[in-house]
Design a protein around this ligand. Structure first.
Ligand code: DGL
Length: 278
């Protein structure tokens, strides 16, 4: 079991900001990354769509015999994790729920959250942070264009910079102590964000997330002793663009295209029997 792979997924390159931290801490693990570029962006999808997509990805990872899956996606953590969390015999780590305790314990008074529409509408960060620090004030703002900016490498376009500025101007009116980059794509915008505020105003939750995962795997005696293969990358469309957009966090050399729709069909066919064939 210990040498089985760790699955990690997101709608595209965003989850690589988490993967980059994880591989630093746990270089001996065997990783399988899935970027669901065909269904990107997740942030504008309904809760039901996100649950179905998440289930199909978890079925894919089940076929890869994973020991754990890292939900390197705030949107599915916020909208789908609760609905699926008990259905699998491997560990599932959701980013929002895993990092909120660490952030809340810093006792910041006013915390901003930049995230996708679906994450903001779920108020998952607000709910989780207030569990640990009921007195903090949370200001959640959706930035619906940022994922496309990152996936299409438009960070340096004037229009993108103006878009970031508009959200920053609005957020900074709240006397903010810290801003959580509550979508794993947003750390790719750090060079733009820091034009409008000091870099240390921003929290990239990936660092806390990777530490928590490493700690939990260790406590459960699930760390790998043998690295059997280099990280493997799968996407549901456009592997070339995925490789190109990945650069800031991890240089992906090879990404293989697989069909998530096919997985979804397989899942729908088998879900009434509770025993996927895949
Ligand atoms: N990067 C993901 C997140 O952390 C999903 C973004 C999207 O596809 O909208 O929420």
């Amino acid at each position: 079991m210990n040498n089985c792979p760790i699955g990690i997924f997101d709608s595209g390159v965003g989850g690589l900001s988490v993967f980059a931290e994880l591989i630093k801490l746990l270089p001996e693990e065997n990783y399988i990354y899935f970027g669901d570029t065909k269904n990107c962006p997740y942030g504008n999808k309904t809760k039901e769509q996100l649950i179905d997509i998440t289930k199909s990805i978890l079925e894919f990872f089940r076929t890869k015999n994973v020991k754990a899956v890292v939900m390197a996606c705030n949107t599915t953590s916020a909208a789908a994790y609760e609905a699926i969390k008990t259905n699998y015999n491997f560990k599932i780590y959701p980013i929002v729920q895993t990092v909120s305790g660490y952030i809340a314990r810093k006792n910041y008074k006013n915390i901003g959250v930049f995230a996708t529409n679906a994450t903001v509408n779920s108020h998952a960060y607000k709910t989780e942070l207030k569990k640990y620090n009921p007195n903090c004030n949370i200001y959640e703002t959706a930035c619906p264009d940022w994922v496309d900016i990152v996936e299409n490498e438009l960070q340096n376009e004037e229009k993108s910079i103006q878009n970031v500025k508009t959200h920053m101007d609005e957020m900074l009116c709240n006397n903010i102590d810290k801003i959580i980059l509550g979508c794993t794509h947003y750390p790719y915008l750090i060079n733009v964000l820091k034009k409008f505020a000091p870099e240390d105003l921003f929290i990239n939750p990936a660092e806390y997330f990777a530490k928590a995962i490493a700690k939990d795997l260790k406590e459960n005696n699930l760390l790998s002793g043998i690295k059997k293969h280099e990280p493997m990358f799968f996407v549901s469309s456009n592997p070339g663009q995925f490789k190109s957009a990945s650069k800031l966090f991890y240089n992906v050399n090879k990404a293989e295209e697989i069909s998530v729709n096919q997985l979804l069909v397989k899942y729908v066919r088998t879900k009434f029997h509770d025993k996927p064939t895949a």
